[in-house]
Design a protein around this ligand. Sequence first.
Ligand SMILES: [Fe+2]
Ligand SMILES: [Fe+2]
Length: 168
Amino acid sequence: MSIEKELRIMHACEMGAVGVYRGHKCVARYFFRKNLAELDNMRFHEKDHAAIFSSLLKERNARLCLGHQLFFLGGLIYGVAVGFLGLRAIGTSTYTIERIVDEEFDIALPKFYREKTISDKIRAVQLEEKEHRDSGLELAGEQYFLSGFVETIAKTGAYTAKFLASSL
Ligand SMILES: [Fe+2]
Ligand SMILES: [Fe+2]
């Protein structure tokens, strides 16, 4: 897979993540005001991540993933739906997705061994994803009756986004 394609997938998935946290934030504004700032902070990080990957693609004169705005929309719908399942569901979804993101960056990083600037940027992004994963774990608390269900939909969502991004 080319460097450009890797970056394109990362960009589209970050757009999805912006949507997810935006969706969580919409629900939190009404039901979980105490956690609004925390969720909004994650959304802000994701926006930054998407901007990093889109500018790397631009620098290389490479295109973005087709329909990348739809990743935002898909993420948004998913994020609102999970939000309605409650704050612990938001936490469960967050740690599940961010764990996958962290693994995917670990898998992708060696492919960038010749591109020091890009790998440094990816590592910085990855640090924030690890923070998100840990906040998610904290929000989720101990396993509860919805944990398995939310983990399954979060996993499906994350891998579907990756699959779509690599085909578009
Ligand atoms: Fe991100
Ligand atoms: Fe994240």
